[in-house]
Design a protein around this ligand. Structure first.
Ligand SMILES: [Zn+2]
Length: 421
């Protein structure tokens, strides 16, 4: 039987969706929503891709599908503002190269629904990045545009001052507002301030923040103090904050340097950006002890960091649990704080009407070890596991089939036409 060309089964599904108040209900989980200062057991209802209700008790009968989230944590979809996700065929390159990762393969399974690529592309190749990756992934992919026109290409490309032009980068950022969320300078090793001055010009023109990886060496004449107190605007982002080799630590106390303290006073944002070579326990432990905590937690996910000390977003979050940060604080710094930093304030929370990007996490208790870039280990007793990831109301990852039904109740698939037996 069919109704206007649709099958009876599909008709009933559509009719149920039309009648129900909600498409999906997450029932009985502990909701952590830093923006709304909520950390309590609540039900979360989703309709048409948006958060429709958050309340103490929403009847399961009002939803097409209900997921039992009892004993689990329900959080906004995680936001990782430092990743490299512009893969391609260029050898030894983050720009269209072998060092970039396809985001959906690594994000959704870690509870991440939004990423910002940290400067893999520049104005010369951003549109290739957009067409092949940004427009094709289930993950919401945003970008910091590299001040280098060629982006993070191989060899000396990132040292080429002549390719750090303001106008074409600013024009492109203005053409893609909301997608280009910032400007990046990275890996520059020269004594000049040109990369930062030009990045700031682009940022001012396009009204977006600048994120800086301050290169491999601290140099006389190009100090972290000057970057954070003279060149940066409030809201600019210093990533790799626990890298430990760019002047982050006071040489005597090993706590935060005067540059970091003054920067924070001015409103500079401090981001983790763990990566393969930018996270040392010998820096993170004393800075955390001194109260110098991150504004945002991010991975610097790329082809090699993910198989070294850094595993994924949850692993970096676990490290802050192991350092004594509360789970509420860890979630805040992985959702609402990064959303604000990239000026996407519609994300990172579970307010009614917000896009239904939701992550359901399990907090395992046991004996776990967490390694930094040197392989040094810090022991911890908690570990987050992603159970369910929802993007715009659609389940995009479901580790244990929480949103699925028992296999015996699944209707048999329609016979395939011309199927060869
Ligand atoms: Zn990076």
């Amino acid at each position: 039987m069919s109704f206007g060309g649709i099958s009876l089964a599909l008709y009933y599904v559509l009719a149920a969706h039309a009648q129900a108040d909600y498409d999906l209900l997450l029932k009985g989980g502990h909701v952590i929503d830093g923006r709304n200062k909520l950390s309590a057991v609540r039900d979360v209802a989703i309709k048409d891709g948006k958060i429709a209700a958050v309340a103490a008790n929403i009847a399961a009968s009002r939803a097409v599908k209900t997921v039992d989230a009892a004993g689990l944590y329900v959080t906004p979809g995680l936001i990782d503002i430092h990743v490299h996700v512009f893969p391609g065929l260029v050898k030894n390159s983050y720009a269209a190269g072998s060092w970039g990762l396809q985001p959906d393969g690594f994000t959704l399974r870690s509870g991440v629904t939004t990423v910002a690529d940290a400067g893999s592309s520049g104005w010369r190749n951003f549109e290739d990045f957009k067409v092949r990756i940004i427009d094709t992934q289930k993950t919401r992919v945003l970008a910091f545009l590299n001040i280098v026109g060629a982006g993070m290409g191989p060899g000396a490309i990132e040292q080429n001052l002549a390719d750090m032009e303001v106008k074409p980068a600013a024009d492109l950022a203005l053409r893609y507002p909301g997608t280009i969320v910032g400007v990046k300078s990275a890996h520059f090793n020269g004594p000049e301030w040109t990369p930062y001055i030009n990045a700031e010009e682009v940022g001012k023109t396009a009204h977006i923040p600048v994120m800086v990886d301050f290169g491999g060496n601290v140099r006389a004449g190009r100090t972290l103090y000057d970057l954070l107190t003279k060149y940066f605007r409030p809201g600019d982002i210093f990533t790799h904050m626990y890298g430990g080799h760019r002047g982050e630590q006071d040489p005597d106390t090993k706590g935060p340097s005067q540059a970091m303290i003054e920067g924070r006073k001015r409103g500079v944002i401090f981001d983790v950006g763990h990566g393969g070579a930018s996270f040392l326990w010998s820096c993170a432990v004393p800075l955390m002890k001194a109260g110098f905590i991150p504004d945002s937690i991010s991975t610097d996910l790329h082809y090699s960091s993910m198989n070294a000390g850094m595993k994924d977003m949850l692993n970096v979050m676990d490290k802050f649990l192991a350092l004594g940060m509360s789970l509420d604080d860890v979630i805040l710094r992985s959702t609402w704080n990064p959303a604000k930093e990239i000026r996407h304030e519609e994300l990172g929370h579970l307010s009614v009407g917000a896009p239904a990007d939701v992550t359901v996490l399990r907090l395992e208790k046991g004996a776990f070890g967490f390694t930094d870039q040197t392989g040094g280990r810090l022991d911890g007793s908690s570990k987050l596991v992603s159970e369910l990831t929802i993007r715009d109301g659609v389940v995009v990852y479901d580790l244990n089939g929480l949103s699925a039904i028992p296999w015996e109740k699944v209707p048999p698939p329609a016979p395939r036409k011309n199927a060869k037996q």
